[in-house]
Design a protein around this ligand. Sequence first.
Ligand code: SAH
Ligand code: SF4
Ligand code: F3S
Length: 475
Amino acid sequence: MPREQVETPASGSVRRKKLFIKTYGCQMNVYDSARMADVLAPLGYETSEQADDADLVVLNTCHIREKAAEKVFSDLGRLKPFKTARPKDQDPMLIAVAGCVAQAEGDALVARAPFVDIVMGPQTTHRLPELIARAHRSAGAVLDTDFPTDTKFDHLPPPRADGPTAFLSVQEGCDKFCTFCVVPYTRGAEYSRSAKTIVEEARGLVSDGVREITLLGQNVNAYHGDAIGGTGTWSLGRLIRALAEIDGLDRIRYTTSHPRDMDDDLIETHATVPALMPYLHLPVQSGSDRILDAMNRGHTRDTYYRIIERLRAGRPDIALSSDFIVGFPGETDDDFADTMKLIEDITFAQAYSFKYSARPGTPAAENSDQVPDDVKAARLSALQSLLSQQQKSFNAASVGQHLPVLLTGPGRHDGQMVGRSPYLQPVHLDAPATDYGMIVMTEITAAISNSLSAVAIDSTQESETQPVATRVDAH
Ligand code: SAH
Ligand code: SF4
Ligand code: F3S
């Protein structure tokens, strides 16, 4: 149902309502939560930091690992007394569970938490106003876990900028079916938005003051949206080159990419487009060919080495990040040693690592060769200590460098601001609050655990790092 048919008071007469949203999981959820706030704003909902007196509480959930999914139920337990304590002369507090746990559990979620009013999957964000109206009329929970044939992007209002950086979803879903992963089941089949709608959304964000956009997708480099001005589709590299032409868009990033879709065009874009920041999150999961195969990743350890080699040939300073899973079913000490060797060979600027978590409905969960938790814990600790050493060395090597920093918020102390280097490192420096949203040239003075300290060397200078002129051979 179109939004305007749900509730249509003139804007002046809309009763102010409080909306509390808690977001779990990946950046796609962060993007969707912001869109929910956008879609509800015309109905009088204002975001609030407090759940206790909210008119609507949305938990936008993640199903990727057991811990993430279980957290939702403990949070629901904490919310229940707020709902019960609501004075009878007011509309009841509505509780909505959105996102990937909602998609995966549906009815089972309501059976476990019957006081939940709305259960909605990740593809029906635009139907939230309709679901609220139905929930107010209904005695039980309202469920919407369809994968609609039309896309939510066609129904959502243009996003509003909230500072100098923004996320922009370009691709959703996944067709890769890695044997450990729930995403193909919770987000559905792969879908790319048209290049036209993305460029329009990016232009709107930039005219609202955004200077850095991170393109999002579960498989962002599998992007193949309808081309602008012609037939066929555009790859992610082509899309990035079009976005780089937008005046005022200084920085472009993308996440999360898959090694299988790291094509020549995208690798070359890293070498030739200055606005594409020298940072890449490219999950490898494991360094063992045997485990990569069992995970159905569709590439080998050597493929990963070759991709990194070509990226570094075109952009030698590129900072690399990755995801690792330890203790995948059947992982031996030798397999794990292969992963440690890959980390030593490649060297990462930062990374995320997880103990394998068996997820209902995924093939690997059925495997009888599960690795005991104490083995997983020991491997995770060894792996994280190596990765954290590498992150420290990467940050220490930044000391003395001149890096442009995009200032994104207040720093730890009065008179300080924090921002991001091109390599996504948090950088703290003395700067007036009026510099918010500016790109300031700095000299890095110290590396403190995971962040950097710097001094501004010329606050009027706004040039970005230049990519190295070398081009990558396409073959
Ligand atoms: N699309 C991305 C990853 C999305 S999920 C990719 O293909 O790499 C984010 C990360 O969560 C994954 O990279 C993986 O490292 C981790 N993850 C996914 N399922 C997991 C599971 N069952 N147990 C532990 N970690 C998992
Ligand atoms: Fe999950 Fe694999 Fe798809 Fe990434 S590529 S979202 S890990 S199934
Ligand atoms: Fe989690 Fe769903 Fe994202 S499972 S990681 S919120 S796609």
